[in-house]
Design a binder for this molecule. Structure first.
Ligand SMILES: *Cc1c(COP(=O)(O)O)cnc(C)c1O
Length: 394
């Protein structure tokens, strides 16, 4: 008899044949504008370290100080004995930053979405969700066992039509969208979605993972960017991207946060952050307020790099943010492009199905505030050279 897991090997062999088998690249330095991967120094266009905070001296100091004072672990889940003063300070700090009553921090953005959506809704309820929403939202929706209706990407009118069909139908309604979409770098149509939610009495959730630290005043995110304060009931964010550390959070009313303290399963059943993580995140919010030039540099670099890619003839899709995809079509082409770029000293990840739709494979680039003009010029030169060799551009 064959091994019960033999089918795994068959899958792996098939992926190798199709050229879509992915080996993990090993980061042997800090995550920074230039990093060493697999023994090679490369320009790193593959991190979410938008503001360069992963290596910021203030965050390092805060983390080291917290280790010295409080040790390396919290010892328990939040509801048993694992709520430290630092966790409460961080939640208060984020709530003030986001201009809301209260905040709850989760172990990751993934846990925040999966834990929150599944806690708020049940099988009798309805979720209206953008087709390109993040996997953690999709999992949260499935865990809730609510009825899920998916609307075409960024189509607020289609979302409103579904809400209209549900008028008078029993159950709560929840409208949910990413603020910035992680694979295309485009911004969700929040004003239209908020109005639709308000007209039909739906709960509105926005996941600002890729916009906190990037869009809005001092990086307050898409709700601030669009002037929608007070009109989005649940704001999700991450501490793992622009904030440079690890974690996720949910912002909203005091009732929402206390409800999640009692019902969100990752909060109840998974240990809280080590003190170093909470302390480094706290320091990051100080840096956001005190060093606004980081966000300015991020956008200057974004414009420069995007223009360079477009001028070279690449298809950058619908991007409006520092996430700039180079769309090539077939997954194999994306992986070939990524590998060839690496040989030229540039790390940019190839992304194919199932992370993006079939035929929409891409190499995704994210510039950061700390890339220099010289680094961006060298990266653009590599894209032009390799893109030409692979027949993607002339
Ligand atoms: C990255 C991301 C998450 C997950 O955040 P982590 O903190 O890495 O778990 C959630 N939602 C969106 C839209 C994301 O891009």
């Amino acid at each position: 008899m064959s091994h019960p897991l033999a089918y795994l090997h068959d899958h792996l062999e098939e992926w190798k044949r199709d050229g879509v088998y992915q080996r993990l690249r090993i980061l042997q330095s800090a995550s920074a504008a230039e990093s060493r991967f697999d023994g090679k120094e490369v320009i790193n266009l593959a991190s979410n370290n938008y503001l360069g905070l992963t290596t910021h001296p203030k965050l390092r100091e805060a983390a080291i100080d917290a280790v010295k004072r409080f040790g390396v672990g919290s010892g328990a889940v939040r509801t048993i004995s694992g709520t430290m003063t630092l966790h409460m300070q961080l939640e208060e700090r984020i709530a003030a930053f986001k201009n809301v009553e209260a905040c709850v921090v989760f172990q990751s953005g993934f846990a925040a979405n999966a834990g929150t959506v599944s806690a708020l809704l049940g099988p009798e309820d309805h979720i209206i969700s953008d087709e390109l929403n993040h996997a953690s939202i999709i999992d949260g929706c499935r865990l809730s066992r609510a009825k899920i209706r998916v609307f075409p990407h960024k189509d607020a009118a289609a979302a409103e039509k579904i809400l209209g069909e549900l008028d008078g139908v029993a159950g709560k309604k929840l409208l949910i969208s990413d603020g910035v979409f992680s694979m295309d770098g485009d911004i969700g149509p929040l004003p239209g979605l908020v109005e639709a939610a308000e007209r039909h009495g739906a709960i509105m959730i926005v996941d600002d993972a890729h916009s906190s630290g990037v869009l809005g005043k001092a990086g307050r995110g898409t709700i601030d960017h669009f002037g929608l304060h007070g009109r989005v009931h649940v704001q999700v964010g991450t501490l793992s991207k622009a904030i440079g550390v690890l974690g996720g959070y949910v912002c909203g009313s005091r009732d929402l946060i206390e409800f999640l303290y009692h019902r969100a399963r990752p909060f109840l059943f998974s240990t809280s952050h080590p003190p170093a993580v909470a302390a480094a995140c706290l320091a990051a919010f100080d840096v956001l307020e005190r060093e606004p030039e980081r966000i300015q540099n991020l956008w200057d670099n974004t414009k420069y790099f995007k223009q360079g890619l477009v001028a070279a003839g690449f298809d950058t899709g619908m991007s409006e943010t520092p996430i700039t995809p180079v769309i090539v079509g077939e997954a194999k082409t994306a992986y070939d492009l990524s590998r060839a770029l690496f040989e030229e000293g540039v790390l940019a990840t190839g992304i194919g199905f199932p992370t993006v739709a079939k035929g929409k494979a891409r190499v995704r680039t994210i510039v950061t505030a700390t890339h220099t003009r010289d680094e961006l010029d060298r990266a653009l030169e590599a894209f032009r050279k390799v893109g030409h060799q692979l027949g993607i551009v002339d």
